[in-house]
Design a protein around this ligand. Sequence first.
Ligand code: SAM
Length: 445
Amino acid sequence: MDIDIDFDDDARSDSGMTAVSSTSQSPAPSMYSFTSSRDGRTLYREIAGRKLNAQNDLYQLPSDDNEHNRLDKQHLVHLLSVGRLYTAVEEIEEVLADNAPYQKAVLDLGCGGGNWASAMALEFPHAQIVGVDLAPTTSRPPPPNCRFEFDDFTLGMQHYYNSFDVVHSRAVANGVKDFEWLIHEAAKCLRPGGVLYFIEGNMELRNSFREPAEVAFGQGGPGQSWMARMCFEAYNTMKSRGSALDAGVMLERWMNAEPEITDVKYDVKWIPIGPWDRGVTPEETRQLIHLGTLMRQNMKEYARSLVPLFLANGFAPDLVSRFIEGADKELDDLSVHLYLTYHHCWGRKVGSPNVSAAQSAISSMIGSPRTDASSDVDVDDNDSVRAASDVSARSMLSPGPNAIPVVWEGQSPYTSTAPVRFDAESVYSGSLGSVSMSISDDVPS
Ligand SMILES: C[S@@+](CC[C@H](N)C(=O)[O-])C[C@H]1O[C@@H](n2cnc3c(N)ncnc32)[C@H](O)[C@@H]1O
């Protein structure tokens, strides 16, 4: 395998970066329109033929169409493992119910290709969804009640304090130095009673006994894994550059230590890499084969996404090639059985959501009470009143001072609200509109 390294920061963005204008269908305020020829130079750079964000040097995975396609597969893995868009079903359904005089709102930190944010916009059409990323997708318009912004959330989110009912963040630890700070800052963005929800993976891969997998060195040997070696090296490299890579296993402790958060819950999903795992029933086995097949595709592509990180941090190109060839082979012939774990952790912001108090505050300011809401007003609930006045002060959530909203022309491809079923194809088309993918070639009969 040949690997080219190119640090040309004048690199032009890829094909998906062009079609933008201020005539977007999006209701989001348009302060700025993204244009590839102008902004591709400042917001992106190129390493080893991949396009990376140019705002935050800590995060050295690509932000191009290939990566967003990979993240779509990973999103589907999450859907299949959880059964829907979130494990915190009771809490999120309660807090996003369409029962308030203000628009419910969801913030997705590190939204990437926007798959989760867009799917949430379909599931909660009355809510406003905001996705923030160093380099969100610019090639796939979201549904009308969803918008994306270019921003580094580690610069602070004061502009969003007390504004959201759900703050979600998945697989962002690589771009964060101080994850406990992030938990605190994200909690401040919530209204009282809002849900804070993190998901992080653990790069220490496990074997079929759920023990740490044996890592391949030298020429490798029986039972040793190149995929585990690659994840081990990526972990060490990212961690030595300052990333909070232990977030997955630390989430529960950190969330419990956060004074703004209460009712913390935690869950771990074990994802087989490759279709090797078996369930108790034929149906369970079928599900595990779907999951493993998708995860294998995801991890093979992840191996390629790690190339810029490895090359920029001194790994020899032929060693990187050996990692990838070894990982491809062992995942194809299933000579090693690996799991990756995803750690889900969520909690509620202290204080209870007080829709009545919020309505009172808004009504007194805009003079148009909703007649279907309760008149039981607790004016002593300062948090709720403050939240309500924040909302009325800006009828639409304003982007941060450094943020660049992404604006498209053209229709969103996300149109279907098909229910999530445990069938890879229907889950995918149900969540991601017209994007198509088949895993059938990869599934053994
Ligand atoms: C592995 S991807 C996951 C994307 C998405 N959450 C998903 O699950 O499909 C991590 C994303 O977080 C973004 N990210 C990492 N650090 C960030 C930061 N400090 N500010 C904004 N976005 C960040 C990256 O640009 C990337 O798109």
